[in-house]
Design a binder for this molecule. Structure first.
Ligand code: G3P
Ligand code: CA
Length: 277
């Protein structure tokens, strides 16, 4: 297999097209998940942000799942409602009836009108099967309820997920799962065998790869700025999919694209995936 150098690192496999032929703007395209919906343009984790993501042709939507005190699965990033709504308190301490009274667009500069906090059920009913969905488990203990809701809607992966070839098209199942909590991710992998389940990790090294594999996961989700062609290839050779997060600027996106990751999360679904821009 051909070898080339990225800085001090020898990389096996094809050099990214963008680097071989800088006069043309073609790169292997990772899929783009709109992070909390099109949250760069609309209040995060609202139907406005999700609809905007679809309108901007995102390949999928990433969102965050928690449970209220009475067990309703809702989409909210923070443990507390304080930052994104007019309310206060922990989601896990509030009844759904209280969550229903909150405005999820509260204080957002782009707010047009009040927005409900979406439930997972509403979200799956509206977007399931239309775009790839990535559910991040934000609260330990809800794994089974989340998987069963996805299963009941027929949205679990139709066949066991398989690694994409290095230059093949990335595969995005109807619903994939992630968590920063390795045990939560492992629980989902046991409950939904064959699904794409990733560990969100701030590290991207052999130890992080080994932890994901040891827990039966098939995806690792490192920060974009840690993605190099060599690291991505190393993870892929161990049959992991690689999806980058923390794409906070165009340089981070470019880094991930050039490293040939399978996918990214990004607040701005309309950003180009052309590494030369
Ligand atoms: O893409 C993963 C990303 O969603 C993880 O970070 O804090 O936005 O949930 P956070
Ligand atoms: Ca998230």
């Amino acid at each position: 297999m051909a070898a080339w150098r990225q800085g001090a690192v020898e990389v096996r496999g094809p050099r990214p097209i963008a680097e071989r032929m800088s006069q043309i703007h073609i790169v292997r395209r990772p899929y783009l998940l709109a992070h909390r919906g099109a949250s760069g343009y609309a209040p995060e984790n609202t139907f406005t942000a999700f609809d905007r993501a679809v309108a901007q042709r995102a390949d999928g939507i990433e969102t965050d799942v928690r449970a209220t005190r009475d067990g309703v699965l809702v989409l909210m990033h923070d443990e507390r409602v304080d930052r994104t709504t007019q309310g206060e308190g922990r989601v896990a301490d509030l009844e759904y009836s209280a969550i229903q009274r909150l405005d999820a667009a509260y204080g957002h500069p782009g707010r047009v009108e009040a927005e409900a906090v979406p439930t997972l059920e509403e979200f799956l009913a509206r977007f399931g099967g239309r775009v790839g969905i990535c559910l991040e488990i934000k609260q330990s203990g809800i794994e089974s309820a989340v998987v069963e809701m996805v299963r009941s809607r027929g949205l679990l992966a139709p066949r066991p997920w398989q690694s994409a070839a290095p230059r093949g098209k990335a595969v995005l199942p109807p619903v994939s799962f992630t968590s920063f909590d390795l045990q939560s991710a492992a629980a989902v992998a046991r409950l939904a065998p064959g699904s794409l389940v990733g560990h969100l990790t701030p590290e991207f090294d052999d130890a992080a790869i080994g932890r994901a594999i040891a827990q039966g996961l098939n995806q690792i989700c490192p920060p974009a700025n840690l993605c190099t062609p060599a690291r991505v290839q190393g993870a892929r050779e161990r049959d992991l999919s690689i999806r980058a997060w923390q794409v906070r600027n165009r340089e981070a996106l470019r880094t991930a694209v050039l490293a040939l990751v399978d996918g990214v999360t990004c607040d701005w679904p309309d950003w180009t995936l052309d590494a030369n821009k």
